[in-house]
Design a protein around this ligand. Structure first.
Ligand SMILES: *Cc1c(COP(=O)(O)O)cnc(C)c1O
Length: 816
């Protein structure tokens, strides 16, 4: 298969090989003979970074000369994963790197595997940010990510006796070859202190923020290469460093964080990522982190702006700030503080500039995920910011009063300050009011923001509300994760699909070509065998690569309904015992982490593992049905599971999943979807063809109606004999000797109302599953539909999403 290298290529390989040895010796202080895989990785990464650096400076200079508007994408999370393969692909260095390592007697796969994931995020929100910075660089947008350099990323998950155990993720950030520390750009960030009311020379009120303490913020640059275009942008990650006078408040968030805490001294603002997804932690340290990120970023914003202009009225021409959820919403307040307090800009002008600069992306409709911060905490930590919020609110409520005179109810419900039971700042309202655009992340989600989440805000300012359906980068999620599918696409479409994913539609014409379908069958088979090896190494479970691989990989959450999936497995298991099984074989693959404090999610993990133990070892099942829980879900593991999936589980209760992005990754890699009409599933189903999507369950509208009507899950349980038997097995001792172990799940479903409609959707789900399984037995037509699915996925590239933000939100539509 391999081509014989030309002399020129041989020279390049030699040069690269020498560079690796050079870095190994002079940067890391070792020779090949005593270097580990991880040392070789570091040396290679330093070579790659050196290549990026020249492109980085020329990109920055070029963007500066072109007076390009800069996009600051602020996010508390960037879930990057590994970077070596991605950088090598984007820089066109993959093949010569493999050859250079081979010439040193080294295997690229082993070297690449030794890279630790950068897990500075929980799930979809953080991974979206990572896809976006990739697309911004590929589209040559002057855009940078801004986040925190957590010393500990998302915890590692171990499964012991079926239970999740959390271990700190010490990813050795200080030794990461990708991060360049800029001590010389250290920033001073004030907090705490008090406000002194004084008058300026004109006699106007001029508050002074006094006696604050300071934290030092230190930026680190992680370089972000575009695909094959010489553009290199950056992700700036700030670490906190205590100044002498700064006494940090010790925080406390359950055992996991306490364990991390044992290791820390006083400078802990950038110590650890909060491990909860979709729920608010509500701790002082978290608010400090959010402020720290925003304050550091705005110092960079102002610095960059003043390189272009001293006229602050021009700020919106050079700067766009995108807020990834409400976590960085304080950027609005910090920018007001800078303009009004530091540059004496008139309030109304400052407010107009701020709104034109900022835009907010909403990620959730779930009430428990909406950030609200106690006013008392604000007063202590950020007294001047609280004053500014009050002033913003005062003016906003006057506007509400002018809009709907006499509506006292609206003044209370739309206020940025919640009064009862405790005074709190409503961060989502602050973000809406301070932004010129508010976007949801899928069409349904954006509609629900307007109709259910904040209808009054929508009616007052309808022009702000917009949609940008999420996307994922095809560089990582096809080209890197699935090299065989990638060369299949190169063969049949040419190589332009990587940056123009709409070319996938051309595959439609090929779905009746037997040879092409056979190629696709082979690719999937190869990926499934590879995953089987990982499963047997990690879990000691043997799975059959000819079985259907049914995959649900995502954070464990009640709304995502891993429980519905495992209840289905239990039902099938019972049928096997009764001698009435559906057509098999099948493997259910689960992977995902639960927030350390989320007891129900952790219990669901335990249930999955106990069901696996029972089913996998029951001779009556005879290996026909298997359940696998892959430990420690993360980006690099996702890259192995996704190319091997036949069926993608996207089964959230309709109206709860804002978009979902694993649904996109899986469909792009040829998995058919079983899913509810929720989030981006709806758009995926339209794009791939309804006949290739197993939809089931109540619609978001029906769910809302039934909630309002007050349905009884207890009646559903009683009136349905088969389902009752399935649920009763949770408390019968079938899956654990302790009969009471899973009774909280039983009661959640039966006596506490089954908030996420597992029971109501069960039959419909069972039926869709049976259909998918039956269809899978026709390998040829299944893979025809897989190809048809891939062909429809072009619009789910994050390049399309970023073009949408550019045109509709950032006001930069002159992209190539
Ligand atoms: C894509 C991705 C997610 C998001 O998955 P959803 O199913 O959309 O929640 C979470 N974690 C990782 C590691 C991912 O790659």
């Amino acid at each position: 298969m391999k081509n014989i290298p030309s002399t020129q290529e041989k020279n390049k390989i030699n040069e690269l090989r020498n560079c690796i040895l050079y870095e190994l010796k002079y940067s890391l202080g070792m020779t090949l003979s005593n270097a580990s895989s991880s040392d070789i990785f570091s040396a290679l990464a330093l070579v790659v970074r050196r290549n990026q650096m020249d492109d980085y400076f020329s990109t920055q200079e070029r963007h500066y000369q072109a007076r390009k508007k800069r996009i600051y994408y602020i996010s508390m999370e960037f879930l990057i994963g590994q970077s070596l393969r991605n950088n090598l692909i984007n820089q066109g260095m993959m093949e010569i790197t493999k050859a250079a390592l081979e010439s040193l007697g080294l295997d690229f796969e082993i070297i690449a595997k030794s890279e630790e994931d950068a897990a500075l995020g929980n799930g979809g929100l953080g991974r979206l940010a990572a896809c976006f910075i990739d697309s911004m660089a590929t589209l040559d947008i002057a855009g940078s990510g801004h986040g925190i350099k957590y010393e500990y990323g998302l915890f590692h998950q171990q499964i012991q006796d079926g239970k999740q155990i959390e271990k700190p993720d010490d990813w050795h950030a200080s030794h990461s070859p990708w991060l360049i520390e800029h001590q010389s750009q250290a920033m001073i960030i004030p907090l705490y202190g008090r406000i002194v009311k004084v008058q300026d020379q004109q006699g106007d009120y001029n508050p002074m923020w006094m006696d604050w303490k300071i934290i030092i913020g230190i930026p680190h640059d992680y370089l972000v290469s575009g695909y094959n275009n010489n553009t290199v942008n950056s992700l700036r990650l700030y670490s906190a460093c205590a100044s002498d006078s700064f006494d940090i408040h010790i925080f406390n968030h359950g055992d996991y964080l306490n364990a991390v805490n044992q290791k820390i001294a006083s400078e802990n603002i950038s110590k650890v990522l909060y491990p909860s997804d979709e729920v608010l932690a509500g701790k002082e340290l978290r608010l400090t982190q959010e402020y720290f990120l925003v304050a550091c970023t705005l110092r960079d914003v102002m610095h960059d702006f003043f390189l272009h202009s001293t006229d602050l009225n021009q700020l919106p021409e050079f700067v766009a700030i995108q807020l990834n959820d409400t976590h960085p919403a304080l950027a609005i307040v910090e920018l007001m503080r800078i303009l009004v307090d530091e540059y004496a800009v008139d309030w109304d002008i400052a407010w107009d500039l701020t709104q034109r600069v900022c835009a907010y992306t909403n990620h959730t409709l779930m009430p428990e995920a909406l950030e609200k911060w106690s006013v008392t905490l604000f007063e202590l930590l950020l007294p001047r910011h609280l004053q500014i919020i009050y002033e913003i609110n005062k003016r906003f409520l006057l506007e509400v009063e002018r809009w709907q005179p006499g509506r006292i109810d609206l003044l209370a419900s739309m206020s940025l300050i919640e009064e009862i039971p405790e005074k709190k700042v409503r961060m989502a309202y602050l973000a809406i009011v301070g932004s010129h655009k508010v976007n949801g992340v899928a069409k349904l989600h954006s509609e629900l923001i307007k109709s259910n989440l904040v209808p009054d805000f929508y009616h007052l300012m309808p022009e702000k509300f917009t949609n940008q359906t999420n996307g994922v980068t095809p560089r990582r999620w096809i080209q890197q994760a699935n090299p065989r599918l990638s060369s299949f696409l190169d063969r049949h479409l040419g190589n332009k699909w990587v940056t123009n994913l709409n070319l996938l539609t051309k595959l439609k014409a090929l779905t009746d070509d037997r040879n092409i379908i056979d190629e696709l069958v082979e690719i999937k088979k190869y990926n499934k065998i590879k995953l089987s090896h990982i499963v047997s190494q990690q879990q000691g479970i043997v799975i059959n690569p000819d079985a259907m691989f049914d995959c649900q990989i995502k954070r464990i959450h009640e709304y995502k309904r891993q429980l519905l999936n495992i209840l289905y497995v239990i039902r099938v298991y019972q049928k096997i015992i009764d001698g009435a099984a559906p057509i098999l074989p099948k493997v259910h693959i689960f992977s995902g982490k639960a927030a350390p404090g989320y007891a129900m999610a952790k219990l669901i993990i335990q249930l999955i593992n106990q069901v696996a133990l029972k089913v996998n070892n029951d001779p009556k099942v005879n290996g026909q049905l298997k359940v696998v829980f892959l430990e420690d879900y993360k980006v690099s593991l996702a890259e192995h599971v996704i190319p091997a999936a036949d069926l993608s589980e996207q089964i959230s209760t309709a109206g709860t999943e804002a978009s979902g992005t694993s649904n996109m990754k899986l469909a792009m890699n040829g998995a058919l979807t079983i899913g509810t009409l929720d989030g981006a599933n709806i758009e995926i189903r339209d794009a791939v063809g309804h006949e290739n999507f197993y939809s089931f369950g109540l619609s978001a509208h029906q769910i809302a109606e039934q909630r309002a009507a007050g349905r009884s899950s207890y009646d559903e349980y009683l009136s349905h004999a088969e389902l009752k038997a399935t649920i009763d097995s949770l408390i019968s001792g079938t899956f654990h000797s302790d009969k009471n172990l899973f009774s909280p799940i039983f009661h959640m479903l039966v006596s506490h109302g089954d908030h996420y409609f597992h029971l109501a959707d069960f039959d419909s789900y069972y039926h869709a599953q049976s259909q998918a399984l039956a269809d899978y037995s026709d390998t040829y037509s299944w893979h025809q539909r897989a190809l048809r699915t891939i062909s429809g996925m072009g619009e789910f590239s994050s390049d399309r999403t970023i073009r949408g933000y550019s045109a509709d939100i950032w006001g930069i539509d002159s992209l190539k």
